[in-house]
Design a protein around this ligand. Structure first.
Ligand SMILES: Nc1nc2c(ncn2[C@@H]2O[C@H](COP(=O)(O)OP(=O)(O)OP(=O)(O)O)[C@@H](O)[C@H]2O)c(=O)[nH]1
Length: 792
């Protein structure tokens, strides 16, 4: 079972860090917190003092190692850390040495019980340096008996991860070739050959640091070193080496260093000062060279150490061949995936904010720059942590990450493209509408080209910004972009066509309106002065104005980029409308009431005025009948003139006014009745002419009767003798009235009424009323009695 000791407090009261020696404290005083120096994170001394059993007695690996490394503040230091492991016989003061050297908190044996304390493999962080220290269970462990399996596995494990292997031994063990240490060294050399022997690149080395304890001083270090070197070479030479490595030498793989420490109990002061000196060789204090050389580093980034060690231990445990390059590659794959996933999680969180609005059809401003930033941030975060791992794996996973980022961004890119196209089209429409709002004075082609140019430029600027997110691998992005651009251009063309049609129609309408106004006066003048050349005058004006309108249209249409067919259609429409306008104008003049008024006026002019334009006063000797007949005949001739547009000069009749049968169905469909130019020349049908003729005759007859009556009234006189007859015959009646009180009273009443009428000025109105009544009766009687034919 794995165990995890989170604090310095020992789990057993008998197992406590050695603190008996007050001169050198395991935790340097005055240091309460430490910065790991990489990301500025502060790690407390309490956290640093924590230890962890990474492999327990049951040979289980502790999966909390990663968390502990993080707590020690080493997660982000990359390669800026070191690992040292200690080996040696049981109870040779290994833990004591490590605690003294590095301020670690490994358990130290209780003197009174003398039993093995370190079980499995423990790890601590050094107090003053980014150094991981491994305390390995003592070899020849009494509790494990003859089980050499753990010794081999822990040696393999330590060699695969540590830079420096401290071999801890008593002075008296030196030269004992058959001793436990020699067995340990043999194991170390064997597993080292298995691990690093087959590598072509033999730069991977390990430092073997022999620390000779309880050195009395009688045998100098040089002699001890020579003995140990001799022993090791002998072990190396006797080693059964794999084929191809028979010539391999010990110093091809190992560097050696030797240190002695005085007796801890007998020479405590010397012991402590020697430990202090030794510590400097690890920490580099006082500028001394350290034991840690780059060639010893196993090149495992600190954040991958736990996973790497777990993998190594798994391999070691299952007795499989431990292939470090494969382990490093596996670690790289695992860590690069983890780092990539973390970077992607942040990336996905960032794009979440724009995904909805873009999918809802909105354009997100500056999306290209945002996309680039998100991608850069994700890759920078990936590169920062993953670039320390196996180069090929790092590159491959980076490429996968880039692809995932592109795939995630692609739908957003595509939606943004579509939204930008929609926005560009809307802006294009508005720009055209605004520019064409005013009166003429704009060049349509110029307006369209400028608006299209501006729209396209904006679209490209925003979309190209997004394209920068992908490199040459974003082929589908570029393809989609090109496709969308050509779609947009087609759409812009359609919109411009619609506007051009509208503008053409508007222009034709304007020209038609102007033409109608210009046509009104000449047509009025001509039709109010009827005569044989009346239609010549009308059509001359019409042709002149239509010609001007047509050339006006063509001048303006030059800027519309219209096709010839469109121009022809527009001109045909214009001609047709101009003709309709002319017809409408003439119909105003040939409407019943208007035409009758014209005929009456013409007749009156001829009948009631003489040759000198002086009004006629009819006398009995005048030839009323003759004058009447002539005036009437001349007036009746006008009806035929008004009835049809028929100029004397037939060439004045336009020959390019299209009938419905000449027009394409789309243009002809607007009218309800089918238009035929030839038929449109006839303004009054035969029945209509007869009707007008008959109505005019009645009016003319009235004039005739009036003329006749005026001659009668001018000759009527009462003879004077009639007044004498009236007095003689009425004498009796007058006397009767005067002398009869009743009649006399009635006479007085009548006189009174007459006086009132005179006073109220009612004489005139009463006279007029009685005259009109009388005239009406007279006319009615005469119309009834006078047959029309008698007047012809
Ligand atoms: N003579 C002598 N005794 C020492 C020295 N260092 C430590 N001791 C004593 O040796 C005993 C074992 O010390 P540990 O540090 O527990 O030894 P260890 O090798 O870690 O023991 P295990 O972990 O059980 O293998 C303790 O009682 C220490 O006080 C030393 O330099 N000389």
């Amino acid at each position: 079972m794995t165990s995890y000791a989170p604090s310095t407090t020992a789990t057993s009261p008998t197992l406590r860090p050695d603190s008996a020696h007050s001169k050198i404290s395991p935790v340097p005083t005055g240091i309460s917190t430490l910065s790991n120096g990489v990301n500025g994170a502060i790690t407390t001394s309490q956290a640093i003092a924590e230890r962890i059993q990474i492999v327990d007695e049951q040979k289980q690996f502790n999966t909390h190692l990663g968390q502990q490394i993080d707590k020690w503040g080493l997660q982000d230091v990359g390669f800026a850390y070191n690992i040292v492991a200690v080996f040696g016989s049981q109870s040779t003061g290994k833990s004591t040495l490590l605690n003294r050297l590095f301020g670690t908190t490994f358990d130290v044996m209780d003197e009174s019980r003398r039993q093995q304390t370190t079980k499995g493999i423990w790890m601590c962080r050094a107090q003053t340096a980014p150094l991981l220290v491994m305390d390995v269970e003592g070899t020849d462990g009494r509790e494990r008996g003859e089980d050499q399996d753990f010794e081999r596995k822990s040696a393999l494990f330590s060699l695969a991860s540590s830079e420096v292997l401290i071999v801890n031994l008593w002075e008296h063990q030196v030269g004992l070739y058959q001793g436990a240490n020699m067995g340990l060294l043999k194991t170390v050399f064997e597993v080292n050959l298995g691990l690093f022997g087959k590598r072509e690149d033999q730069t991977q080395r390990t430092l073997l640091l022999f620390v000779i304890r309880d050195h009395i001083g009688s045998t100098p270090l040089a002699n001890l070193q020579a003995t140990l070197t001799q022993d090791m070479n002998r072990i190396w030479d006797n080693l059964a080496k794999p084929p191809g490595l028979t010539a391999a030498r010990l110093d091809d793989y190992f560097d050696m260093a030797f240190e002695t420490l005085p007796h801890k109990i007998l020479m405590p002061d010397k012991f402590e000062s020697s430990v202090l000196d030794l510590r400097k060789r690890f920490t580099g204090e006082s500028g001394t060279e350290t034991y840690f050389r780059p060639a010893y580093h196993k090149r495992i980034p600190a954040d991958g150490v736990s996973h790497y060690m777990e993998g190594i231990w798994e391999q070691v445990q299952s007795n499989k061949d431990l292939d470090l390059p494969t382990q490093q590659e596996l670690l790289a794959q695992f860590r690069c995936d983890e780092i990539g996933a973390a970077a992607l999680a942040v990336f996905n969180e960032e794009i979440r904010g724009v995904r909805k609005p873009v999918e809802a059809g909105n354009v997100v401003e500056g999306l290209g720059a945002m996309m680039a930033t998100w991608k850069e941030t994700a890759l920078a975060s990936y590169d920062h942590a993953a670039s320390r791992y196996h180069a090929a794996v790092y590159q491959k996973k980076r490429s996968d990450l880039v692809n995932t980022i592109h795939t995630t961004l692609h739908p957003i890119f595509y939606s943004q493209l579509k939204n930008l196209s929609k926005l560009t089209l809307a802006r294009f429409k508005k720009a055209l509408a605004d520019a064409l709002k005013g009166d003429a004075g704009y060049d349509f082609a110029d307006v369209v080209s400028k608006a299209r140019e501006a729209g396209l430029q904006g679209w490209e600027a925003s979309t190209v910004e997004m394209l920068r997110v992908v490199d040459e691998r974003g082929g589908d992005w570029y393809g989609g972009w090109e496709e969308e651009k050509s779609l947009l251009l087609t759409e812009l063309g359609h919109v411009a066509d619609v506007f051009r049609k509208d503008e053409t129609t508007k222009m034709v309408n304007q020209i038609e309106r102007a033409l109608r106004q210009q046509l009104a006066d000449p047509v009025d003048v001509a039709l109010n002065k009827p005569g044989a050349d009346m239609w010549d005058r009308v059509l001359s004006s019409f042709n002149e104005l239509l010609g001007a309108a047509e050339s006006g249209y063509l001048t303006k249409a030059a800027s519309f980029n219209c096709t010839e067919e469109e121009n022809n259609q527009a001109l045909e429409t214009l001609r047709r409308r101009a003709w309709t306008a002319l017809l409408n104008k003439t119909k105003e003049h040939t409407a019943d009431a208007a035409l009758l008024a014209k005929l009456r006026a013409s007749f009156e002019e001829r009948f009631r005025y003489d040759e000198n334009d002086v009004p006629r006063v009819w006398k009995p000797e005048d030839d009323i009948d003759g004058i009447f007949k002539k005036a009437k005949d001349q007036t009746l001739e006008l009806i035929a003139i008004y009835a049809k547009i028929a100029p004397i000069d037939a060439s004045l009749i336009p020959d390019n006014i299209p009938s419905d049968s000449d027009l394409p169905p789309a243009l002809a469909a607007g009218s309800t009745d089918e238009f035929d130019f030839g038929a449109s020349l006839v303004l009054l049908s035969e029945p209509k002419q007869l009707d007008i003729t008959s109505r005019f005759r009645r009016d003319a007859d009235a004039y005739y009767v009036e003329a006749k009556r005026s001659t009668v009234s001018s000759v009527a006189q009462i003879p004077y003798w009639m007044y004498g007859v009236l007095v003689v015959l009425g004498w009796n009646e007058a006397m009767l009235v005067l002398f009869n009180p009743l009649y006399f009273a009635a006479l007085l009443g009548l006189l009174g009424a007459a006086w009132v009428i005179v006073q109220l000025n009612l004489v005139g109105p009463l006279f007029n009323a009685s005259f009109l009544l009388g005239s009406e009766n007279t006319f009615r009687n005469r119309w009834i009695r006078l047959p029309h034919d008698s007047l012809d």
